[in-house]
Design a protein around this ligand. Structure first.
Ligand code: ATP
Length: 226
């Protein structure tokens, strides 16, 4: 990746639906190392921005670049394998955990399925579990494993822990931290600024559909620990 291009670049992006602008001339760059948080008030355009990154959404005008290439010119299915997404509400498909992982990676062997589970803080013993009878936290980790089975380079996280209890939140945050240490880039949307200070290296702020600044987070400094 060229440092000049960054991971994602947004040039004057407008997303307008039924006359309402979800993004209103958003311009910024996401460098792509570690976790980039996206924060802003409810309705400010965070989810819309995230969904532009894997073409679940297309701009009304402006450009979204992934490693310097306009996503409008990229094959959406290829892009979605490179840029995987975990949603707020875990949505396992009916069937076993194995069925769920194979839906994402039909050619994956046992080793690859187990690796995907391990990277989501699960293990091979989960493969035969019914994916529809899992707790919220377990289902979210299965959904993350399903995304990881595609071996993405970037993980998009849209409020992934907002429906989880505290213990499940900690496990999920820890799993993402391990993935990022292993080289994955993550973009994490959260309305919870305390969580973003915990998990993110840099936080982009959005307000009313526009870029509103960047905060670099110092981890482990004395000021952070008071
Ligand atoms: N499918 C849709 N059709 C029409 N308008 C939409 C749609 N999805 C979102 N919007 C509107 O676009 C704007 C931005 O929404 P978006 O979900 O991106 O914001 P957000 O910052 O993620 O909000 P929240 O924190 O509440 O999830 C809001 O005004 C919202 O009502």
């Amino acid at each position: 990746m060229s440092d000049e291009q960054g991971l994602f670049a947004f040039h004057d992006v407008v997303v307008e639906r039924q006359g309402i602008r979800a993004l209103n001339g958003f311009s910024a760059r996401i460098e792509g190392l570690g976790v980039t948080g996206l924060s802003g008030p409810s309705g400010s355009g965070k989810s819309t921005l995230l969904r532009l990154c894997n073409r679940l959404e297309v701009p009304t005008s402006g450009q979204v670049l992934f490693r310097g290439d306009d996503v409008a010119g990229l094959d959406p299915l290829t892009l979605r394998r490179q840029v995987g997404m975990v949603f707020q509400k875990p949505t396992p498909f009916p069937g076993s955990v194995r069925d769920n992982l194979l839906a994402a990676a039909p050619d994956a062997g046992m080793d690859e399925l187990e690796q995907a589970l391990l990277r989501a803080s699960l293990d091979g013993s989960w493969l035969d579990r019914d994916a529809t009878t899992l707790s919220g936290g377990e289902a979210q980790r299965v959904c993350m494993a399903r995304t990881l089975a595609m071996e993405p380079e970037v993980l998009l996280l849209d409020e992934p822990t907002s429906a989880l209890d505290q213990a499940a939140v900690e496990i999920f945050e820890q799993a993402v931290s391990e993935l990022v240490k292993a080289g994955l880039a993550a973009i994490w949307v959260s309305h919870d600024t305390v969580q973003l200070r915990r998990v993110a290296d840099v936080v982009l702020r959005i307000d009313d559909g526009r870029y509103a600044g960047t905060d670099r987070i110092e981890h482990g400094s004395p000021a952070e620990e008071v």
